[in-house]
Design a protein around this ligand. Structure first.
Ligand code: COA
Length: 434
């Protein structure tokens, strides 16, 4: 690791301090050799003063134990009918699994407690079929979980619920994670599966608002999703609508999956988020380095004109940044030519991994707004590779380069990039001077 990576990680530490994360592991993750990485990562999160609750599934262990005992199971994941024999096998498999989790947590010196935090009632008859010992979650004992967290004890929540008479019901672990997240007002729920959902789905977009994720589930793309992933996306939508800020879906196979998802802007898995969590604001001197490193790749690819760090610093008041979780992921500059009453939109950039989410459009709109405030006649841009994009955003190609301010035309000639001139005359509302 280099120091720049370390710096990138440390920027998240203050915002995560004191936050609550629910980490939901599929049963298959716990028996995988990569589980040891998750354990180490849990220890890291706790050392950063993040409150962690562990929720686990057990479908894989239930299936194996059923096979070993020669029992035909009515359901393994707690979503359909759980008959008496299946409940018996489920309770045995889950007890063994909980014990093994406790052993593993002990090896990384994490104090933990298995809990009976889930109050449930029989799911009843669904679609004409009695679900028998499958449960619907009624309530989560958030106060109990919180008191463990306050004592630095990691609560472990099984995929079992108890009704008012103490009867045991099988509940689905994805739903448990959702309800625990909501009850604790968690900042994040992180679902960890064996395979990386991003690699399974190849979705171009990896971060969806709850609304976008719902639209995805209503589209034909949902038919191709594996059942486990579909269930997690559904629970993610419900959790984010009920107050959880973000739900992440990652695979365990990458040995740094958990930390890479949490401590990098792009992440490595999929994410559903509660709201538009971006902020558009004028840049300050403190943003100059971030802007400089942000646009470096685009400069190398000749998408943007090279500008020295010193230029960015001296013109920092021209820049607007778009930040997510406090980290700059996009920028635009508006250079004012007072004499000609013109403004140039320049240095428009959105970081890879955040493309296609409308952030470019938001920055163009912010530039237009700034141009209006500057009372310019029109806004122009010089682009080598994004002319089509700017046309989509309301700019028009202009062949007459003599419209440019003389010093800008001189620069255009010198830099030999042959950038296309685009102008935006509309949507620039001049503010009336009182
Ligand atoms: C151009 C850029 C700012 C767009 O940002 P973004 O946040 O991804 O854009 P939005 O989400 O607002 O819009 C996405 C749409 O624009 C299209 N688009 C993105 N870049 C494009 C380009 N260079 N040319 C044409 N269309 C483009 C996408 O295909 C997508 O189309 P769709 O809505 O039909 O799916 C970003 O791709 C970028 O930083 N590019 C490199 C730097 C650059 O070229 N800057 C422009 C200098 S003038």
């Amino acid at each position: 690791m280099n120091f720049e990576d370390l710096r990138a990680i440390l920027q998240y530490v203050p915002q995560f301090r004191g936050a609550t994360f629910v980490i939901a592991l599929d049963g298959s993750v716990i028996e995988s050799p990569d589980f040891s990485n998750i354990l180490l990562d849990l220890a890291v999160l706790r050392s950063l003063n993040i409150d962690v609750v562990l929720v686990h599934g057990a479908a894989s262990q239930i299936r194996s134990l059923g096979e070993k005992r020669g029992i035909s199971l009515s359901n393994c994941d707690g979503t359909g009918v759980t008959d008496e024999a299946t409940l018996e096998v489920s309770m045995d498999a889950i007890s063994r699994l909980s014990h093994s989790i406790m052993q593993s947590l002990t090896t990384v010196k994490i104090r933990a407690a298995s809990t009976n935090a889930i109050r449930a009632r029989p799911a009843g008859i669904i679609g004409g079929v009695d679900n028998l010992f499958s449960g619907t979650i009624d309530q989560v004992d958030g106060a109990m979980l919180r008191s463990f967290l306050d004592q630095n004890i990691l609560p472990v929540v099984q995929p079992l619920g108890f009704d008012a008479d103490g009867r045991t019901l099988r509940v689905n672990s994805d739903k448990v994670a959702r309800e625990v997240g909501i009850a604790l007002k968690a900042s994040k729920i992180i679902f960890v599966s064996l395979s990386n959902p991003q690699e399974t789905t190849h979705f171009a977009c990896r971060q969806w608002s709850a609304e976008q994720a719902s639209a995805l589930l209503e589209s034909s793309a949902a038919d191709k999703l594996p059942a486990g992933l579909l269930s997690k996306i559904k629970e993610a939508i419900r959790a984010t609508r009920d107050g959880v800020l973000r739900v992440h879906l990652i695979g365990v196979a990458r040995n740094d999956a958990l930390l890479a998802e949490l401590f990098s802007n792009e992440g490595v898995g999929l994410m559903v988020y509660a709201d538009a969590y971006h902020e558009v604001r004028p840049a300050t001197k403190a943003d100059a380095d971030e802007i400089y490193s942000l646009i470096r790749r685009a400069v190398e690819d000749e998408q943007l004109l090279e500008r020295p760090r010193s230029d960015i610093i001296s013109q920092i008041e021209d820049y607007i940044v778009l930040a997510i979780d406090g980290n700059v992921v996009g920028c635009v500059a508006i250079h004012f030519y007072a004499e000609q009453k013109l403004a140039e939109l320049a240095c428009l950039f959105v970081k890879k991994g955040h493309n296609g989410m409308g952030y470019g459009g938001i920055l163009v709109e912010a530039a237009r707004q700034r141009a209006s405030e500057l009372q310019v006649d029109w806004l122009f841009a010089l682009s080598t590779q994004a002319a089509g994009y700017l046309q989509k955003e309301g700019f028009q190609k202009e062949d007459d380069l003599s419209l440019l301010p003389p010093n800008r035309l001189e620069k255009w000639r010198k830099n030999n990039r042959n950038a296309v001139l685009l102008v935006c005359r509309e949507h620039i509302e001049k503010e009336t001077v009182q």
